[in-house]
Write a protein that binds this ligand. Structure first.
Ligand SMILES: Cc1cc2nc3c(=O)[nH]c(=O)nc-3n(C[C@H](O)[C@H](O)[C@H](O)COP(=O)(O)OP(=O)(O)OC[C@H]3O[C@@H](n4cnc5c(N)ncnc54)[C@H](O)[C@@H]3O)c2cc1C
Length: 462
């Protein structure tokens, strides 16, 4: 960048916004990151689960194809820990508890094979670089996965398995996503087998110490360019630049920032809550994407004691609340952590319960799954559906009609406003890898724009 330095405000200090901010600073821009919460990281969040130990309340897993994420971890001196899967799996199907060496629930192998063949067929037909241009895109975008399943899946075992699979992969209720979104998501993430696998797949590792450490490292590099407690309410463009207005912080102070360009690095549903002047064009202004539905439950034990009985801690249940569990204990086994996933329709019901009811339901389920275990010393619930600045997770869900309406303009800048966030990445959409790639893409887009500059002043008003 030559001449006056470009001034950029980045809205959102999640992985996408922080990545974009670092790239822009490295390119010589003057950057301010405005974050609504009192912490960075967004959907990457460490929660205390035992004295001095935290677990991933949000994003956790990564695999070998997450090349940008692995490169960032190396750059910031962070390591990975393998997801421990040795031992038997536990299944609760039709009220029946079984333990077996395999990872797949004891359902008809032929029925599940047929289901995967059907899914493979649709996934292969979708254009990941432009899902809305896929052959048959209109039909696939019109129907929900639940409608599609009712038409093409006969076997009750496949009908049982599909919602469990989509809950685990996408935190989605089949009634709320289009077939096009399901196929796109599975393809974008590397295909069904890669996404679904632990060893060699997308769940091979966790970030050692927690995924939030990466966001904290990026924020450290940015220093006081990152401003917490700054909920952006309005973005107004004029001939010379952009004014970004934040609502009152915890001390009741509202702030306003001037910039040449703005990166909005938050999910589309949250971006729609910001007042834009001039207003966003259709369909960005109104096409409301669905919310991913996931609640995480962490159960703490003195050590991974299920391993003593030859169990991996991995479980799948046909009925909630904990549709699956996985062993997320730290590598040194100083504490045992079982992570339970409440996803899809079960998550909406769970989120509506009181905290006491959630704990009781989770503990009762754990007793059925692992009767040999003592009660956990701690049960921590992280409910993403009720998080004002996430509104669900793992990522936005595109329902019938959304891809054809929104897809073509998803990353089209609105004047001086540019878009990032994992929901704007066609590669690894919804994942940490997608967030980084979106941040890289938007920074490159702005650097290429190479605009001339104005002043970036902060105005404080009470
Ligand atoms: C339970 C759970 C499990 C997951 N599992 C995985 C996994 O295993 N592997 C994986 O790769 N991914 C996983 N994900 C997804 C992953 O977390 C996201 O893809 C990624 O973190 C998204 O980053 P982002 O920067 O795009 O968005 P976000 O992390 O949502 O960041 C947006 C930021 O903007 C802030 N913000 C929102 N509105 C405003 C506003 N008006 N003003 C200012 N700031 C605002 C938010 O507070 C937030 O910090 C999971 C997510 C969750 C929650």
């Amino acid at each position: 960048m030559n001449g006056t330095r470009m001034r950029v405000v980045v809205v959102g200090a999640g992985l996408a916004g922080l990545t974009a901010a670092v790239d822009l600073v490295n390119a010589g821009a003057v950057v301010t990151v405005l974050e609504a919460r009192d912490r960075v990281g967004g959907r990457m969040h460490g929660i205390p689960v035992s004295s001095g130990i935290s677990a991933d309340g949000g994003a956790a897993y990564l695999g070998v194809r997450h090349t940008e994420l692995l490169a960032q971890l190396r750059e910031y001196g962070l390591g990975v820990a393998s997801t421990e899967m040795a031992g038997d799996s536990t299944f609760l199907m039709a009220g029946q508890r079984t333990t077996t060496p395999g990872r797949v629930p004891p359902l008809g192998a032929v029925a599940l094979g047929d289901l995967f063949d059907r899914l493979d067929e649709i996934v292969a037909s979708v254009r990941t670089d432009a899902p809305w241009l896929s052959p048959d895109a209109e039909r696939l975008d019109r129907i929900s996965v639940a409608q599609w399943a009712a038409d093409v899946i006969d076997h009750p075992d496949a009908q049982t398995f599909l919602p469990l699979f989509l809950g685990e992969m996408m935190a989605a209720d089949p009634a709320s996503i289009s077939v096009l979104h399901m196929a796109f998501y599975l393809s974008s993430g590397g295909g069904i087998r890669y996404l679904n696998a632990f060893e060699g797949g997308a769940q091979q590792w966790r970030i050692d110490g927690g995924s939030h450490l990466l966001c904290e490292a990026l924020a450290d590099r940015l220093g006081d360019r990152v401003r917490l407690d700054r909920p952006v309410l309005a973005i107004e463009q004029d001939r010379d630049g952009v004014t970004v207005a934040c609502g009152p912080d915890s001390e009741g102070i509202s702030t306003t920032y001037r910039a040449d360009r703005v990166v909005v690095a938050i999910p589309p549903l949250l971006a729609q809550q910001i007042e834009f002047r001039p207003g966003l064009p259709e369909p960005r202004a109104t096409a409301a994407t669905g919310r991913g539905c996931a609640v995480k439950v962490h159960l703490s034990y003195p050590s991974p004691i299920w391993r003593d009985s030859g169990l991996s801690g991995w479980s799948v249940s046909a009925q909630g609340p904990l549709l699956s569990t996985v062993d997320d204990s730290p590598p040194d086994e100083s504490v045992g952590i079982l992570t339970g996933f409440v996803t899809g329709a079960a998550a909406s019901a769970f989120s509506a319960m009181s905290e006491a009811e959630q704990r009781e339901a989770a503990l009762a389920h754990t007793r059925r799954l692992f009767p040999q275990l003592p009660a956990p010393s701690q049960c921590t619930v992280t409910d993403w559906l009720s998080e004002t600045y996430s509104k669900g997770c793992y990522a936005a869900l595109f329902g019938p009609g959304d891809w054809l309406r929104l897809g073509p303009s998803l990353i089209e800048p609105h004047g001086r406003v540019h878009w990032a966030g994992t929901e704007t990445s066609l590669e690894f959409f919804g994942l940490m890898e997608g967030a980084i790639r979106s941040g890289r893409r938007v920074a490159a887009e702005m650097i290429a724009a190479g605009i001339s500059q104005t002043d970036s002043r902060k105005v404080v008003s009470r």
